[in-house]
Design a protein. Structure first.
Length: 563
């Protein structure tokens, strides 16, 4: 009886377990089905999201692929291959017959597309990281999601996620390609500034394996990294043959587009002598060919010059650049006083034409009686700098107070710096005009003086990575506007550890350009500075008499930081 009871109980237990097992099996099957369905749905959603991102971010490529698929579906792949081959042959013939037109209308777009996907899209991030143009933050939190389907390599996934999340890379926005330059636009990440890219331009050029790279700020957080693939302007361009121009009537030359050289496309580069854009400023390093921009338009406009339709005036402070063609200049000046006479004569002619044509026409007709007035001005910095090249008397009187290392900010051709070096001081003169610095270096060699001269931006003196016991500013402060003076003083903070001396124009009778009021002189100097004295002085210029122009001479000291 007992055995029967035990057997019956065991049978009941087995029956219950069988029922539970069937239920659990059904539950597990349902869960497995839900899991598979969930994974499939998640994958589908991710795929849809990826497709959506591609359609939005790369819509051109998506449309092209869709078009290729439709072509192959409707017309077959053979017709696609034949069409592509014919198109390639047409482009090749176009390129051989008209390289300039091909590049302007087609080649640059194809090249930009290819370079973006084949080069910059693949390698730019690595170049930026190697050049220190990424932002790493090990404190950025890392979220890693590991699903139930795959938990393997969790440690590797965490490490990879941490590495990727801890580095912010500037985003590639677009690529433009010209005959010799590639313009690669990127968006900066928080923590970067355009100057970071500018300082790394040389490293970026090495990474791209090109000779030159320059950086342009397009927006506060967007820069264009320009790579020069090749230099199409490295050889001299022959000017128009002068003998063939002898027979050209002066009125037959288009003064709105006078031949001046060649563009990077190989097409003529023209400059307007009348109308919009007729004012041209040429800047460049010594030996870069600036003089050709002065002379090429004159050669091209030889006929109207000879016919009296153009009257040329020249200001040549060095008496070198324009002296070769002295005979073609109706007015010519070398010294400061002569330069003023030339400018006064031009202003007088301008006033005369205003009296004659006022109320009749806005555009003065070109004629022998009223020719185009063309002014060629070499070394315009000699006028804008304005101060005399000789050592300023105020600097001579204050030189006994100069001590230690000296920085001459805006040194020009170095007269003040050389005077201080002759007194045994260690002097560095900085300026943005390389021509003036070359003259200063020659003077130092000729006089046997140990003075150093370097190119530097006065608004970014911190790039010198040096500090000086004495800083001299002779004729530079008054050239800045109010906002620039604030930036200039901040720049001076990085290099001044002792005393700053400023000699600048002040308001008053017969004042120089951009005179400074006393309160405007002291206003930019706030905490960390102490204005010790401001005295009335005189500054010699090329355009005043021996007494010079009224000036301020300020002595301003750096204050030690509060403890």
């Amino acid at each position: 009886m007992t055995t029967l009871a035990v057997g019956g109980g065991l049978a009941v237990v087995l029956w219950v377990l069988a029922k539970v097992g069937r239920v659990l099996a059904s539950v597990f099957e349902a869960l497995a089905a839900l899991a598979v369905l969930g994974v499939a749905l998640w994958g589908l959603l991710r795929a849809v999201g990826w497709v959506g991102r591609q359609l939005v971010g790369h819509w051109r490529t998506c449309l092209a692929l869709l078009g290729l698929w439709a072509w192959c579906t409707v017309l077959g792949w053979v017709s696609l291959v034949v069409t592509v081959g014919v198109l390639a042959a047409v482009l090749l013939v176009w390129w051989r017959l008209d390289e300039v037109g091909y590049d302007q209308w087609c080649g640059r777009w194809l090249r930009a597309w290819w370079l973006r996907w084949a080069l910059y899209g693949r390698k730019l991030a690595g170049w930026l990281h190697a050049c220190g143009l990424t932002v790493r933050d090990d404190a950025i939190p890392v979220d890693v999601t590991v699903n139930l389907v795959s938990r393997r390599r969790k440690r590797e996934a965490v490490a990879k996620a941490r590495q990727e999340s801890g580095v912010a890379v500037p985003k590639l926005l677009s690529v433009r390609s010209g005959p010799s330059w590639d313009e690669v636009r990127v968006r900066l990440v928080p923590g970067q500034k355009p100057e970071d890219f500018d300082e790394a331009a040389r490293e970026l050029a090495v990474a791209r394996k090109v000779q030159r790279c320059q950086v342009r700020e397009l927006e506060p957080d967007v820069v264009s990294i320009d790579f020069m693939r090749r230099d199409l302007l490295d050889t001299a361009v022959t000017c128009l043959p002068v003998p063939e121009m002898v027979s050209v009537d002066g009125s037959g030359v288009d003064l709105r587009a006078v031949y001046a050289g060649s563009t990077e496309y190989g097409t003529p580069w023209t400059l307007p002598l009348v109308g919009g854009g007729a004012h041209t400023l040429v800047a460049g390093a010594s030996g870069s060919g600036k003089g050709s921009v002065l002379w090429a338009p004159l050669v091209s406009a030889a006929a109207p010059i000879r016919a009296g339709l153009i009257r040329v005036s020249g200001i040549d402070p060095k008496a070198v650049e324009l002296a070769y063609g002295r005979g073609i200049f109706a007015r010519y000046g070398v010294s400061g006083r002569e330069a003023l006479e030339v400018l006064d004569a031009l202003m007088e002619e301008l006033e005369n034409r205003k009296r004659v044509f006022a109320g009749n026409t806005r555009q003065v007709p070109v004629s022998a009686e009223y020719p185009v007035e063309l002014l060629e001005f070499d070394e315009i910095g000699a006028l804008t700098r304005y101060t005399d090249r000789k050592t300023q008397p105020a600097v001579v009187r204050a030189a006994g107070r100069f001590t230690g290392t000296v920085l001459d900010a805006g040194c020009g051709s170095g007269e003040n710096a050389l005077y201080l070096a002759a007194r045994g001081l260690r002097v560095l003169g900085v300026d943005v005009a390389e021509t003036a610095l070359d003259r200063a270096r020659r003077k130092a060699r000729d006089q046997g003086l140990d003075a150093e001269f370097a190119t530097a931006d006065a608004l970014h003196l911190e790039r010198l990575r040096r500090r000086f016991d004495t800083v001299l500013d002779c004729g530079l402060f008054h050239t800045f506007d109010a906002d620039e003076r604030v930036a200039y003083v901040k720049s001076l903070e990085a290099v001044t550890k002792g005393t700053l001396y400023i000699l600048c124009f002040r308001d008053g009778e017969n004042a120089g350009p951009h005179p400074v009021k006393r309160e405007a002189l002291t206003k930019p100097f706030g905490a960390g500075w102490r204005v010790k004295t401001i005295a009335e002085e005189r500054v010699r210029t090329r355009f005043h008499d021996e007494d010079g122009a009224p000036a301020w001479f300020a002595t301003i000291e750096r204050e030690p930081p509060d403890e």
